[in-house]
Write a protein of this length. Structure first.
Lengths: 207, 207
């Protein structure tokens, strides 16, 4: 499943009995949707005489939004890969003590990867939230509602990615890794919960 | 732009200088993503001995989620059509008084359609929020986080659709239509703002 699939194929794949793609991929997709909407606001602001003062700002935001969109799309496929890595590790043989040891190490390694991917997704979505604020502040008023949709999509992506971090971090035996991951995701969630409603309200006030 | 386009094409179309697809289509897509994730939870719960008690409930939720997903995808394309209807109406000639009258009527008719589509989208997302609660309550614990992603996606879709209702309703001269649309969207938003955090917390408590 990748960005080359149709929307219908992606939705059918989600709804199906197959565990991938799942919520982790949707989290990344929502980040990408938010980033693309930020880009749209920039593209419909740049080059307009009325918004000449915003030209440099919108160009900078556009560059960052497009880079973030590319990151988010990479995480969509990475989420499927790490999920399969976890499933593969749990499926390893556990006959001998040697088997069990190999399996335990493989599971822990896979769980770390399956924590790092949603954490990276949450960071991506946090960047989109910040970019949506810049788009909402300086963007063309005719498309300002799209900055509001961007912030909601990225907020949903961040809170969705957080669920996968919470799930995997509990199974990780490396206490320091688990502590750092928990600490970071909690900070990202608290930050987003403060910013998202504020940015949405800013957009609403400009409609 | 439709469900037959690839994800990449849809995102590129969003990010581009073209005003469609835009936030209204993303709102509908987020409703569809939420509905598809509810279906996934149902599909990975049904037929499992451990969840035999949830079989009837999950079958009912699946049927409703799939119907809601189809509705949301129809609204994705409808959003583009009504946006173009509004643009077309504003583009009508306004030389004579007759022209102006025709144009005024066409604009008002288009604005009503461009209010009804996001209102229908918000209703769709509200249904997904309710279905995600049923999935979170009775679904397979191994995929319960997907019910949490579903509720966040649908919540973002609803709040996004609301922005388009707010925008268009202000331009509508039929005061009774505007009053009813405002009243309904406000009720949907208040309801969603109560339910979504509660359902997300339920999911988090079950991880």
């Amino acid at each position: 499943m990748s960005e080359q699939h149709t929307i219908e194929e992606f939705l059918d794949g989600l709804a199906s009995q197959s565990p991938t793609p799942g919520g982790g991929s949707v989290a990344a997709l929502m980040g990408a949707l938010g980033a693309a909407l930020v880009s749209m606001v920039c593209n419909l602001t740049r080059g307009k005489e009325k918004y000449a003062n915003a030209e440099i700002e919108m160009t900078a935001v556009l560059t960052l939004a497009e880079a973030t969109r590319a990151d988010a799309m990479q995480l969509l496929t990475a989420d499927i890969a790490v999920f399969e890595q976890v499933m593969g590790a749990y499926g390893l043989p556990r006959e001998s003590d040697g088997d069990k040891n190999v399996r335990r190490v493989a599971i822990q390694s896979a769980l770390k990867a399956a924590t790092e991917v949603p954490l990276a997704c949450a960071r991506c979505c946090a960047r989109v939230i910040d970019l949506s604020e810049r788009a909402a502040s300086a963007g063309n008023l005719n498309v300002i509602s799209d900055a509001g949709v961007a912030v909601m999509a990225a907020f949903a992506g961040l809170k969705s990615a957080a669920l996968n971090v919470y799930t995997n971090v509990r199974l990780i035996t490396d206490a320091e890794f688990a502590r750092q991951a928990s600490h970071e995701i909690d900070a990202l969630v608290v930050d987003a919960e403060t910013k998202a409603p504020r940015i949405y309200a800013l957009v609403k006030s400009k409609l």
